[in-house]
Design a protein around this ligand. Structure first.
Ligand code: C2E
Ligand code: CA
Ligand code: CA
Length: 884
């Protein structure tokens, strides 16, 4: 026999071998796919089983309060397979659903699942036959589970609706090729899902032309529960022949089929065999090459097998890649008590959560994974589940081998005599939660604990102090000039100041003292175990000193300072709330007296505050009852002493307290916002007064009206002015507005616009109390102010120090250069008046000329003003006039 003949034989043999190996590979391929598919499906249904079970428990324990939309918002049921998750009542109406609310009453009333669950007193999950969705045309499958009322009556169902491809999403072209087949057949002889190739075709008729029955040997078309064989072209819509393997699920009444197409898989081989035959006809010379080809082909087949095996492994992994660890635990008893559990089964994740591989876990005692003490507690937890049927909690049991799994959410459900447990690692979520709690307790800007934290911790401190009979001091700290900084230099600078202040506070304190930021520029410090007032004072002084240092934020150094109010437990209050209130009151008094000081709480402070609060209330009533009168203070020409104008100064004619000066109530009105109403009242009164003088035949002089910064900012002064002028029908030159420098702070364009609009009406503008605020002369020029009223503090020293004269002279020259008239406020002596005339000051106002006087007195001044003499200061004014 020639070598060629041997080769012929061997080629035939190889071909036969290859055919065999092809069939084997088809078979093992189909089998492993079917097994993998069965596993996948079991897992998928398990998942639904768990989901519906969980929902059932959630629903029954929520007493009807479960809101599925809320779960969706929390990210549950958002993966694409979930079409709808719903609770349906016994009449078939949707109670709550993840889908957009349906108004259809008794939407599911006629559905077979409802009737089925009504009939079957069983908590088993039911899987519906697929149905076409009316809206989307998609094929849907519904998982339903019966709900029981407290007395075990039918109470509706939990429904989870998925698309059919939830079942067949398993399809993998690498294993099945382009014409592979997957199907799920129910014991009821109905196909739940089926597909050929990647194109999913529904309804399933388009895939399978007949439905095989599995596990029912006596019926026609019957097959055993598991098996594999060739299915002829009569079975398939595309007339292909397929090698099909099937597996009936152990836990559910379903069988999966996986088929590999012959035509698709065999075609490449047929080609090869044709080549072999040609080669066989060819010369022996080709033999060597042939052997190589064969070797290659065999190699290919081998590779395919390998690939199938790895695919199979991959599927197994995929089916187990869920987030949740899953265990079946079998209780081990000693003397009737459960002392341990054996791990009957678990998924990879479950093993991982124990810090082990699956092999190391199966069959093992659960106790071997935990410290004895921990396990004893865990035993208790699972004991509850065994007793009650289910148990759920978040806990911190740490398996020995998995220290990174710090927090788990544990669900345990009794199933038969065993316990089904799912675990989810929620360590990250817990950490996040912790972070959120920290965030909720921390002031973002300064990093100090915030108000929330302070309230909680201070309460706890007081409780502890009560037990241990300790003294606790609460320091309420408020920055003095913070508002100024914020208003003038902007919020960014303000923020920096607050941060810096926080840092200084931390440094000034002992580690046992707690500092928190209540909000704004308010801080609290709690001194635990304070010895006595002296110690508290020392710390308060240290804090004041720290905050008195200039702050360097933004452009330059600025002084901010602080005031501190102190309340002491138990002296000033027994509760956290009282102590905080009293420290706050004490702080007010510290601010009121001299800034930059501390003040202990005293009962009188509380009384003073009460007065203030009362005044707020009374003030509102006073405005409605019009208890206000305007007094007028003349302004005279510095040189001639001639009356030029009057400043309107408001007085509160209090029914009990008599005439209340403005400094006692204007700040309160500003604080409460009443100032807008009060300011309007004053302006209105001024205009009416002028109109009345005119009506009485008195030739009027201009009246200047004070406008508070708060009113200027929030009240529409322009509109108010326009209305008052119109109503009183007086000339706008008869009104002048006095605004303080603080009114001019803020966004330049806005302020300038507001001022321009007022000036447009023909009303002059004066800067009040110049020198006490922050403005600069150049700013005043840009704002086009008419009059500069220099504050009393510059007048006081004129006849005493040379510096004050130099300063005043400078102000006058600059104001004149900017086209403003200068008024000296608070002129009380002849000497001052003489110097002011010398310095070129234009007008004088002050007690020397006249105190603010009542409307009646004002009228007589006006009557006599034609003689340019103020009656009460006649002599002085005369002297003033002659010496000028
Ligand atoms: P102001 O605008 O600086 O008014 C001048 C204050 O200085 C008046 O006090 C006046 O009586 C007082 N004064 C005048 N000449 C002298 C003097 O020679 N020596 C001294 N020591 N004081 C003098 P008054 O009337 O108590 O007003 C206090 C402040 O109340 C005013 O200061 C003004 O800021 C505010 N105010 C008064 N009326 C109103 C008003 O209608 N609206 C607003 N927003 N504020 C008003
Ligand atoms: Ca004024
Ligand atoms: Ca003034």
């Amino acid at each position: 026999m020639s070598a060629g003949a041997i080769l012929w034989v061997s080629v035939d043999k190889e071909m036969a071998k290859e055919r065999l190996s092809f069939e084997q590979s088809l078979s093992s391929g189909a089998q492993s796919i079917a097994s993998g598919y069965a596993q996948y499906l079991t897992r998928s249904i398990d998942q639904m089983d768990q989901v519906t079970m969980q929902l059932k428990y959630d629903w029954e324990s929520s007493n009807g309060a479960l809101d599925l939309r809320k779960l969706v918002i929390r990210g549950m049921f958002t993966s694409p397979q979930y079409m709808e998750v719903a609770i349906i009542d016994r009449d078939g109406s949707v109670v709550t659903s993840t889908a957009s609310p349906s108004t259809a009453k008794a939407k599911y009333a006629g559905r077979s699942f409802l009737a089925w669950h009504r009939r079957n007193i069983s908590s088993i999950v039911r899987i519906s036959a697929p149905e076409a969705d009316a809206e989307t045309g998609k094929s849907l499958v519904r998982f339903t589970r019966r709900l029981d009322s407290p007395d075990d009556d039918f109470d509706g169902v939990v429904m989870v609706t998925v698309t059919s491809d939830y079942f067949s999403a398993f399809y993998d072209a690498a294993a099945l090729g382009g014409k592979g087949m997957l199907a799920v057949v129910g014991d009821d002889g109905r196909i739940r899902a089926a597909r050929i190739g990647n194109a999913i075709s529904y309804p399933s008729k388009a895939t399978l032309t007949q439905t095989p029955r599995f596990g029912l040997p006596r019926e026609a078309q019957a097959f055993p529960s598991n098996g594999e064989t060739w299915f002829g072209p009569q079975w398939f819509a595309d007339g292909d022949r397929r090698f099909v393997a099937w597996r009936t699920l152990k836990a559910y009444p379903m069988t999966v089929m996986a088929g590999i197409s012959e035509s698709e898989q065999i075609a490449p081989l047929e080609n090869k065999w044709r080549t072999y035959r040609q080669i066989r006809a060819a010369a022996e010379a080709a033999i060597l090459a042939l052997t190589v080809v064969l070797a290659y082909v065999l190699h290919l087949v081998e590779r395919r097998k390998m690939r199938l095996r790895s695919v199979q492994a991959a599927y197994r992994l995929a089916t187990e890649a869920g987030e949740e660890g899953f265990y079946m635990l079998h209780p081990l008893r000693a003397e009737g008590r459960i002392v341990d559990y054996r791990i009957l089964d678990c998924n990879e994740r479950g093993a991982f959560l124990l810090g082990k591989g699956k092999k190391e876990v199966l069959g093992q005692a659960l106790s071997s994974h935990y410290q004895a003490e921990e396990f004893a507690r865990l035993l208790e937890v699972y004991g509850h589940a065994m007793e009650r049927g289910s148990y759920r909690e978040e806990d911190e049991f740490q398996p020995i081998a998995a220290p990174a799994v710090r927090w788990v959410r544990r669900k345990a459900v009794r199933s038969g005599g065993d316990l089904a447990v799912t675990l989810r690692d929620i360590s990250d979520a817990k950490e996040q939660e912790g972070k959120l709690i920290r965030l909720a307790n921390t002031d973002e800007l300064t990093g100090l604990p915030n108000r929330t934290w302070f309230m909680k911790s201070f309460e706890a401190t007081i409780v502890r102090a009560q037990e241990k009979q300790e003294i606790v001091a609460l320091l309420f700290i408020d920055l003095d000039k913070f508002k100024n900084v914020n208003d003038t230099l902007g919020h960014a600078t303000g923020d920096k100041v607050l941060q810096e202040a926080a840092g200084r506070l931390r440094q000034a304190l002992r580690p046992t003292d707690h500092v928190a930021r209540l909000g704004g520029d308010e801080f609290t410090v709690v001194l635990q175990q304070a010895r006595d007032d002296d110690e508290i004072v020392r710390i308060a002084q240290r804090i004041l000193a720290a905050l008195a240092q200039p702050f360097h934020a933004g452009a330059g150094a600025m002084e901010v300072g602080a005031s501190i109010g102190i309340s002491v437990y138990p002296r000033d209050g027994m509760t956290a709330g009282k102590l905080l209130k009293h420290a706050d009151i004490a702080m007010y008094s510290a601010k009121g007296s001299r800034r930059g000081t501390y003040s202990f709480y005293r009962q009188e402070l509380y009384d003073a505050l009460r007065t203030r609060i009362n005044m707020e209330r009374e003030l509102a009533e006073a405005i409605d009852a019009d208890q206000f009168v305007l007094y007028y203070q003349p302004r005279v020409d510095a040189a001639s002493g001639e009356l030029l104008s009057l400043e309107a100064l408001v007085r509160w004619r209090h029914p009990l307290r008599g005439m209340v000066p403005p400094l006692e109530f204007i700040p309160i009105a500003e604080g409460t916002g009443l100032i807008t109403k009060l300011g309007a009242l004053v302006l209105d009164k001024s205009c009416q007064q002028i109109a009345q003088w005119r009506a009485e035949g008195i030739s009027p002089v201009p009246v200047s009206v004070n406008v508070s910064a708060v009113q200027f900012q929030y009240g529409d002064v322009h509109e108010l002015l326009r209305r008052c002028l119109r109503q009183s029908n007086i000339s706008p030159e008869l009104i002048e507005l006095e605004i303080t420098e603080s009114s001019m702070l803020g966004e330049h364009a806005t302020i300038a616009g507001r001022l321009a609009a007022i000036r447009e009406l023909g009303v002059k503008m004066a800067v009040d109390d110049f020198g006490t605020g922050y403005s600069s002369l150049s700013q005043l020029q840009r704002l086009d102010m008419d009059v500069l009223k220099v504050d009393r503090v510059f007048t006081v020293d004129l006849d005493r120090t040379a510096e004050s004269r130099v300063l005043f002279k400078a102000i006058v020259s600059m104001a004149h250069a900017l086209g403003m008239r200068v008024v000296a406020e608070g002129v009380e002596t002849q000497a001052q008046a003489a110097i002011l005339r010398e310095l070129g000051c234009d007008e004088l106002q002050g007690y020397l000329i006249s105190k603010p006087v009542s409307p009646d007195e004002t009228r007589s001044i006006l009557r006599r003003s034609r003689q340019l003499i103020s009656p009460r200061n006649e002599e002085r004014t005369l002297r003033l006039a002659t010496s000028g």
